[in-house]
Ligand binder design. Structure first.
Ligand SMILES: [Zn+2]
Length: 478
């Protein structure tokens, strides 16, 4: 029997009743509370700014992420998952809605086109809430602020500062979900998001010690306390200036030191994820919960002459994507899938796994055929930075096209994975095909957006302003 069929049977109340009567349900679903028909819970963890190739599970030589490696060994890891935007709000909104940036048009605060998500474009939270899920989010706000529409569909949307309070808030949510059950089963959707890995990279000392070269003698600030002290407790921009002004981009030791600190932030965040998973297990929830770990975009360390995430090259768009399904769903575990996939595919995948209908307008496609091993689909990857409107990329097979205003580039990723040899003039026929595909995606997206009500402009209140200043998202976007 195909996995999907097994799943459908599990989710069909009548069938489950038969299984229970045959004494089979106990061997399948965890029966902690009852043999009632139940959908799995869902926990979606977004670790902002986490480039895939700095994770051990993605081949990194350092042990930055033992918990994520464990998760991958128990679940399904997508080796080539790509983001729809290098910018936090835009990427997360494509993740949440399953549509491309020009269809939802939600940009970071401070960008020219900033707007709130239209109430007519349902998010994953909305769709799950409509199906009876309890919904709760623990985030760091900023560019995943409720005020951009990220709270759509959530009963509770809490914003914290730092990975530790975010994961603690999520663990308390689990406690409440369990306490409130009263013997029944109401599935929950929990969204967890942290900026811990985002710059400035100032990890806790015990994590920095794991990777930082003791002999490092440069000027880069290594701790939050030192940064605050040097900046005289000033605004984010004072701290930002102190941090980045002390980086000597021509000194290889400084570049390595930045990576060491970034890796230490990953290790710290991984430890927070481990503590959360431990709590999930203590509450006996892990075997009835789908867990997804991903990021919204990567980070550059001078591969193409820059820092942070202000371009559309692979180091910025290649993100981790790992699913862990409860064993009783009958889906494979410990598998690595090489096909190219996108963040817009996550929502249709989850809806199919949960046997919920996907809205027709969704531009992503379910990954379930890949999980079940019969994928033939070629998935083009469209990405866009909305701020300047015309910064787009399209990956189609081995070809990658990038357009930054009027400057175009074309790379053959099969022979040039680091995107260093521009084949624009040599491959005009490929260029024309990719240009046409970009125009088609943007055209389709705009046609969809036209059918939705205009989004309300967001209000920027004092609390959000402070969060954004702390992250450096006002004025020039880092
Ligand atoms: Zn981000």
């Amino acid at each position: 029997m195909r996995n999907a069929e097994i799943l459908r049977q599990f989710l069909r109340p009548a069938t489950l009743g038969v299984l229970a009567a045959m004494g089979l349900a106990a061997a399948g679903w965890s029966c902690r509370r009852s043999v009632d028909p139940q959908r799995p819970n869902l926990v979606l963890v977004s670790i902002d700014t986490l480039r895939a190739d700095h994770l051990t599970a993605y081949g990194y030589e350092r042990s930055t992420s033992p918990e994520i490696s464990r998760l991958a060994s128990e679940g399904i890891l997508f080796e080539q998952a790509f983001s729809q935007s290098p910018k936090t709000a835009t990427s997360h909104m494509s993740l949440f809605t399953g549509v491309y940036p020009p269809a939802h048009r939600v940009a970071n605060w401070g960008e020219r086109q900033v707007r709130r998500l239209s109430d007519d474009v349902p998010t994953l939270a909305t769709l799950l809430a409509r199906s009876g899920y309890r919904t709760e989010a623990h985030t760091e706000g900023g560019n995943v602020s409720a005020r951009l529409g990220f709270d759509q569909g959530f009963e509770v949307y809490q914003e914290h500062r730092g990975a530790e309070p975010v994961f603690e808030g999520a663990s308390r949510a689990l406690d409440r979900f369990v306490q409130d059950e009263n013997g029944g089963h109401t599935p929950f959707f929990l969204f967890i998001h942290t900026f811990e890995v985002h710059d400035p990279y100032v990890p806790p000392a015990e994590f920095a010690d794991r990777f930082v070269e003791p002999s490092y003698s440069g000027d880069i600030v290594g701790s939050q306390e030192e940064l605050e002290s040097l900046a005289g407790g000033g605004s984010y921009w004072a701290r930002n200036a102190v941090y980045w002004n002390r980086v000597d981009r021509n000194d290889p030791a400084d570049i390595q030191h930045l990576k060491d600190l970034y890796d230490a932030e990953i290790l710290f965040t991984d430890s927070q994820l481990a503590a959360f998973r431990e709590h999930l297990r203590r509450l006996d929830l892990e075997d009835e919960t789908i867990l997804v770990v991903l990021s919204d975009h990567g980070e550059e360390f001078l591969e193409h002459g820059g820092f942070l995430h202000n371009a559309l090259f692979q180091e910025i768009l290649h993100v981790p994507l790992i699913f862990r399904f409860p064993a009783n769903l009958g889906l494979a575990s410990g598998r690595r899938i090489q096909s190219v996939v996108r963040l817009v595919d996550v929502v249709p995948t989850l809806l199919e796994v949960l046997e919920l209908p996907a809205p027709e307008h969704i531009q992503g496609e379910s990954l379930l055929p890949l999980v079940e091993g019969d994928e033939t689909l070629a998935r083009p990857v469209f990405s866009q930075w909305l701020a300047a409107g015309r910064i787009v990329a399209l990956r189609d097979g081995e070809w990658k096209y990038i357009r930054v205003k009027r400057k175009e580039q074309l790379f053959d990723l099969s022979s040039d994975p680091s995107e260093s040899v521009d084949l624009l003039s040599a491959r005009q026929e490929v260029l024309a095909r990719l240009q046409a595909r970009v125009d088609e995606i943007i055209g389709d997206s705009y046609a969809f957006a036209e059918t939705r009500t205009t989004a309300r402009p967001p209000r920027l209140d004092q609390e959000t302003r402070e969060q954004l200043e702390a992250l450096g998202y006002l004025g020039v976007d880092p």
